[in-house]
Design a protein. Structure first.
Lengths: 251, 249, 334
């Protein structure tokens, strides 16, 4: 029950950010991420400025900081990896807290942490202010191949259904006393993965039949087309433009 | 259409075998007049779903013919046929594949070339008829099962079909949702073919019933009469629920 | 394994993006051939399945656990083109909607986790099914076993070329490879059992086993049975290994060429710092530091980009020779 609620990505709202056409936001976030990645890491204050920019967007969009923080957990595995780099890195070494660390490695770790964090926050803000299906409409506007957009649409639609089926199978396994402890239990899990695949595939076939029954002939009808005004493009691209200016000024 | 009465559905001597050689239909004959509500009853494996798949040309007849409002089901008439035969699948999740309820209802008419305000009107009208207008902008998977089935009916109604074909419409519904759906179906002025083994539901909604068994129509008559014939039911693995008595008229 | 922003310099990210886009474009056409107008719903559902399966964690060694990448599994179940497409969409959705994997790293993620795992997994799978004569589970096991460390190695090499941290490529490759062989074992067990489970119930759904169906048997009334020789549907798709491999090789060359060209033509922040601080000489003692090709630059008078292509070419020559020899032997046996 309640499929789709366990990972609420979209926070409904009516801010300027929410109202911007999706293609503008997508392009803005991509451009912003590229500027961030291209910024040399020793320009500390440029990164601080980027963070302030994102903070301003979050404020305008009324996305609570706690929400952003909670969703940033996705970053954790690579944060751990980043902490490893100074240990295994090459080059000049320095001693911090009794540990011998590579100086270039420390730089690299800072670089990854800063850029990854800014990228993650930008993506979170995009997803928080734009409904998933609307993002896909924007992607199609940006000339992402229609077939790719449709596949993503079907994936988003059925993701929860399939994950739910998987969860039910796990409950069924565990209610019969199964517990995954080590590699020996893998075959049991894999067999349910096989069953899950068959269910998914057969559902795909049924969905295709349902589409045929309503006149599908290989082309999805375009039901929405969101056009953006010059002003909206201007507002959206202000984010990467300011970031670019910061980048330029930090020389 | 002319002034003479054309049946909504005519099936003549329909036989079909799956590619693997299993034969499912052995010469089905049935006619449904315009405006009728008919139940198609039968045990599991009787060929009900196979028959339904023929009605809008998903499967093509090995022998015999299917005619919808005078138009034979053929490769060159498929587009028209699929417009006229509204199939409501058993699992609404198979049918509701678009991101929102509104988009899903719009899918069929949009494929038929309806656009713009006309499309909006058709969608609104169909959702109103099943009482789901307020859910128009919601994603289908946020609705209850009963609501999803009603939206599935709306997706088909939006195509203004000649005949509505429902596969097990009452399955998985709680009593209230079941009653609501019955009210909706009764309020529609379209021909209905309801495939089910929920006999009380058939009795409640359909004057006439067909029993499909062993790949042929084994009985055809008023629902009340068929369901009163205990011997007939037993012969075709059909059973009324425990304690159910056919109410007096 | 989802690479975030900032791991690779901008040039490498963009080049990998171009490679991923080209690969996905090829696969869009290929998948249309495999599935025609069923492509969107089928690939969408399989992508949702891969997304769900990636949530399956399995214990690797003491205290650590890995999760399925699913590239080899997707390739074997639905075919390489559709497999790449499904992986690409999963990564796209994870990046854009879940912030899992950076937007600028999307190309890298699709290249490594989509294209490389599918190419390697499918290639090994096909090779083994040909050599070992239809042992699908074994082939699935080996294909996915190899695909994971292969992806890890490609990651390491890419990171060495265009990463933002100085690493000793040999050591890191060994470490990454080692860990991922372990993860690969888990992946291999799951893939093999999953494929066998599907094979047992719906053999028609396993793309990689299409050419291996038994001939139909007709039973006569008196217990006689005859075998039908011709297949009703010729197993078209799995035969098309060669164009697929050729496409893969082409991609590898383009990747190596573009990436090494851009990577070394725009030194990133680290190299700038390193030059300023004067420890660039320290950083150059790579494993093959004195070799002409070692720095993917103009060390030995060989222009950038060409070095990468030569490297990939050499590896391919060796691999091709091995594969050719193996194939030849299989033919003699048959």
């Amino acid at each position: 029950m309640g499929a789709g609620h366990h990972h609420q990505l979209y926070l409904p709202g009516d801010s300027v950010v929410h109202r911007l056409p999706p293609q503008c936001k997508l392009l803005a976030v991509f451009a912003f991420a590229i500027v961030v990645v291209a910024t040399p890491r020793e320009r500390f204050w440029a990164f601080a400025a980027y963070a302030v920019l994102l903070g301003a967007v979050a404020l305008v969009a009324r996305v609570p900081g706690t929400y952003v923080l909670r969703r940033m957990a996705i970053e954790v595995p690579f944060v751990l990896f980043a902490f490893l780099i100074p240990v295994i890195g090459l080059g000049e070494r320095t001693t911090i807290l009794g540990m011998s660390l590579s100086v270039p490695g420390l730089w690299a770790a800072w670089n990854i942490l800063a850029k990854a964090t800014l990228g993650v926050i930008a993506s979170i803000l995009l997803a928080a202010t734009t409904e998933p299906r609307v993002i896909l409409i924007g992607a199609q506007r940006l000339r992402l191949p229609a077939l790719l957009v449709q596949i993503a649409m079907f994936m988003l639609r059925y993701m929860d259904v399939i994950v739910d089926e998987m969860r039910r199978m796990r409950v069924a396994r565990e209610s019969r006393g199964f517990e995954a402890r080590d590699l020996r239990q893998v075959p049991v899990i894999a067999r349910s993965a096989g069953a899950l695949f068959i269910r998914s595939y057969e559902r795909g076939e049924r969905v295709h039949l349902a589409m045929l029954s309503r006149g599908y002939s290989g082309q999805m009808p375009i039901l929405h087309d969101i056009s953006a005004s010059v002003r909206q493009w201007g507002i959206a691209l202000a984010l990467p433009a300011v970031a670019l200016a910061v980048w330029g000024l930090s020389w | 259409m002319g002034t003479f009465v054309v049946n909504s559905l005519d099936v003549r001597q329909l036989a079909y075998a799956y590619p693997d050689g299993t034969q499912a239909l052995f010469g089905v004959d049935l006619s449904i007049a315009r405006g009728e509500r008919v139940a198609l009853l039968g045990p599991n494996g009787a060929g009900k779903t196979t028959l339904v798949m023929h009605l809008n040309g998903i499967l093509t007849a090995g022998h015999g013919s299917v005619t919808v409002a005078g138009t034979p089901v053929r490769k060159d008439t498929l587009k028209e046929i699929r417009q006229r035969v509204g199939l409501v699948f058993q699992d609404p999740d198979d049918q509701l594949f678009m991101p929102t309820v509104k988009d899903d209802v719009a899918f069929g008419p949009a494929n038929a070339g309806v656009r713009g305000e006309e499309l909006d009107r058709v969608v609104k009208d169909a959702l109103e008829r099943v009482g789901m207008l307020e859910a128009a902008d919601r994603p289908p998977h946020h609705l209850s099962f009963g609501q999803r089935r009603r939206v599935a009916v709306a997706t088909v109604l939006a195509m203004a079909p000649e005949i509505l074909v429902l596969d097990e419409p009452s399955s998985n519904l709680d009593p209230a949702a079941r009653r609501e759906l019955a009210e909706i179906l009764r309020s529609l002025d379209v021909t209905v073919l309801m495939v089910t083994h929920d006999l009380p539901y058939a009795l409640e909604l359909c004057e006439r019933s067909l029993i499909l068994s062993g790949g042929v129509i084994a009985a055809d008559g008023p629902t009340r009469e068929l369901l009163s014939d205990a011997e007939l039911l037993a012969e075709h693995r059909l059973e009324l629920p425990y304690g159910f008595a056919i109410p007096a008229v | 394994m989802h690479v975030p922003d900032g791991f690779f310099n901008a040039a490498t990210s963009v080049s990998a993006g171009a490679v991923a886009a080209a690969g996905v474009a090829v696969c869009l056409r290929g998948a249309r051939r495999e599935l025609d107008d069923r492509t969107a719903p089928m690939a969408g559902l399989v992508a949702a399945f891969i997304f769900a399966v990636q949530m399956l964690n399995f214990p690797v060694a003491a205290g650590t656990s890995g999760h399925l990448l699913g590239g080899a599994l997707a390739a074997i179940l639905v075919g390489p083109y559709t497999g790449v497409l499904c992986m690409a969409v999963v990564l796209l959705v994870q990046g854009v909607f879940f912030a899992d994997g950076g937007l600028t790293a999307l190309g890298i993620n699709i290249t490594i986790m989509g294209i490389v795992t599918v190419l390697v997994g499918w290639g090994v799978f096909r090779l083994v099914t040909r050599l070992a004569g239809g042992k699908v589970a074994l082939a699935a096991f080996l294909g996915s076993l190899v695909s994971v460390p292969a992806a890890a190695l490609v990651f390491t090499v890419l990171f060495w070329i265009g990463g933002t941290a100085p690493i000793e490529v040999g050591a890191v490759a060994a470490a990454m490879g080692g860990v991922h062989v372990l993860i690969g074992v888990g992946e291999a067990v799951i893939t093999a059992v999953t494929v066998s489970a599907v094979l047992a119930v719906r053999p028609d759904l396993v793309y990689g086993a299409r050419g291996l169906a038994k001939p139909l048997v007709l039973r006569g009334a008196e217990g006689t049975s005859t075998t039908v020789d011709e297949q009703p549907e010729p197993a078209a798709a799995p035969g098309k290994l060669r164009p697929f491999l050729l496409g893969g090789l082409g991609l590898a060359l383009v990747l190596a060429g573009i990436v090494s060209f851009f990577a070394s033509s725009s030194p990133d922040g680290l190299e700038a710092v390193a030059e300023n601080k004067g420890f660039i000489d320290q950083a150059s003692d790579h494993l093959f530091g004195s070799w002409a090709l070692a720095d993917y630059g103009e060390v030995g008078g060989i222009p950038v980009g060409v070095a990468g292509i030569i490297g990939v070419g050499a590896v391919l020559l060796v691999a091709g020779a091995v594969a050719y020899a193996a194939r030849g032997r299989a033919k003699v046996k048959a």
